[in-house]
Design a protein around this ligand. Structure first.
Ligand SMILES: [Mg+2]
Length: 200
């Protein structure tokens, strides 16, 4: 199977780290369970300048490298590879975050995984630094194929719904609990459930 895995809040606990950062930097106390919308500017009641500042911090190498793995994620991804599956990370992070992405993957022994940057949210910078990998447009993304995809963001799930022959797993998070899924989609709570599903 060729398996699409999202990075933030599927492989690692990004929203929890952002919640802590919003508290520290802007004194906004919105714990993880209260993040019920995917738009963090709204979730944390931040101004335009404040969300830009928070995102700049979130894209720093050290911030990305220090994110906690989601429970069981690292072991599960290794097991999927050992069973012969092709695991690919498909992230909406801007691709100038590549050094931070690589640092995290290296830290957890997952440096062999390919990372594909896709402009999932229409926020790709117009000009990327020369050392950043390309960011795929949605048109380019739709030329790829996957047998299984795991994502947490409602917008990304909407994009995935248009892929042919791809089973979609919604990684349960507070901000996607109201998401109306279609018949190709299934909600999962943890990585052991993903392994179980793939083995079936
Ligand atoms: Mg995500």
């Amino acid at each position: 199977m060729r398996i699409y895995i999202d990075f933030d809040d599927v492989l690692c606990e990004t929203a929890r780290a952002l919640s802590a950062a919003a508290k520290k930097v802007f004194n906004r106390d919105v714990p993880y369970e209260k993040i019920t919308v995917f738009n963090l500017q709204h979730a944390f009641s931040l101004s335009g300048d404040e969300i830009d500042q928070l995102m700049d911090l979130a894209h720093e190498v050290d911030f990305l490298a220090e994110l906690e793995p989601a429970s069981g994620a690292v072991e599960a991804v290794r097991k999927l590879r050992d069973k012969g599956h092709e695991v690919v990370i498909v992230t909406g992070r801007p691709s100038y975050c590549h050094a931070g992405s690589r640092a995290w993957l290296k830290k957890y022994g997952l440096e062999w995984i390919e990372v594909i940057y896709v402009d999932k949210y229409g926020r790709a910078p117009k000009i990327l630094p020369p050392d950043a990998p390309p960011m795929l447009t949605l048109e380019q993304f739709y030329k790829l194929s996957f047998d299984l995809a795991i994502d947490d963001s409602p917008d990304a799930l909407d994009l995935l719904a248009a892929l042919d022959n791809c089973r979609i797993l919604i990684y349960d998070r507070p901000w996607n609990r109201a998401y109306c899924s279609n018949e190709n989609m299934q909600r999962i709570n943890e990585w052991v459930d993903i392994l179980r599903l793939v083995e079936k």
